[in-house]
Design a protein around this ligand. Structure first.
Ligand code: ADE
Length: 232
């Protein structure tokens, strides 16, 4: 899967997604993440990418031209590398006013071959740029961050781990929080007894059915306590 991130801070994205599981998946060729600097595509001689909003208002807006030229560059690249079956990729604008990004959204996006993220900064982006290229609008939660890079990275991480082969143990993408509408049960590793803090007996029993029952009950308890809304 190929991710393209349109951003004013490409190093933030590439460094942030270069370690651990995602870094390994990139090395193994399972995914490719390319952060493209919008500033490289401005025609302004001072390399400006923002301007004042018409009608007044706080802050600056990212201008149309650099965004659309960045998009054209990415599209040329995708077209050049795809065979006959070229499909226009989805372009996700990350914004606090978008739909809420969930595990279901991650699953849906994990089926795409190419995915483009557009990260805003300052007060946002000229609406004409969004009209021209954005197909999807997503938020990671009801709070406002300083830019779209962290949300885009969050979404890329959540999508990437669903791509077959990215996680070592394919089971771990199945039994986890949200996968069955429940939160994950508590988990334990060695030692059995740490300064008197013991691992629940049932997990040591080897009784498969009892263990599964315990896990399910603990999942329900945790969901009732922390996310009762999921049970409705
Ligand atoms: N940009 C700023 N805040 C955001 C959020 N919560 N989700 C997505 N994009 C954002």
């Amino acid at each position: 899967m190929n991710f393209y991130v349109m951003t004013l801070f490409p190093e933030m994205v590439s460094l942030g997604l270069n370690t651990s599981i995602i870094g390994r998946a990139k090395e193994n060729g399972l995914l490719n993440i390319e952060a493209v600097n919008i500033r490289d595509f401005t025609l302004d001689k001072h390399k400006r990418v923002d301007d004042y909003p018409y009608g007044g208002g706080a802050g600056m807006l990212m201008a149309v031209e650099p965004v659309l030229r960045t998009y054209d560059h990415i599209m040329d690249k995708i077209k050049a590398t795809s065979n006959e079956g070229f499909k226009k990729p989805r372009v996700v604008y990350v914004t606090p006013w978008g739909h809420k990004f969930t595990q279901e959204t991650a699953k849906e996006f994990a089926r795409e071959e190419n995915l483009i993220f557009l990260c805003g900064h300052y007060e946002g982006i000229d609406e004409r740029a969004l009209d021209a290229v954005a197909t999807d609008f997503y938020s990671i939660g009801d709070y406002v961050l300083t830019g779209g890079e962290l949300p885009a990275m969050v979404m890329i991480d959540a999508i990437s781990r669903l791509i077959p082969g990215v996680l070592n143990n394919s089971d771990s993408a199945v039994y986890e929080s949200f996968s069955e509408g429940l939160l994950e049960h508590p988990q334990y590793t060695r030692p059995e007894d740490y300064n008197g803090m013991k691992v629940p007996e049932v997990l040591l029993s080897g009784h498969h059915a009892n263990i599964e029952k315990w896990k399910k009950e603990e999942s329900v308890k945790r969901t009732m306590k922390y996310r009762p809304d999921l049970l409705k």
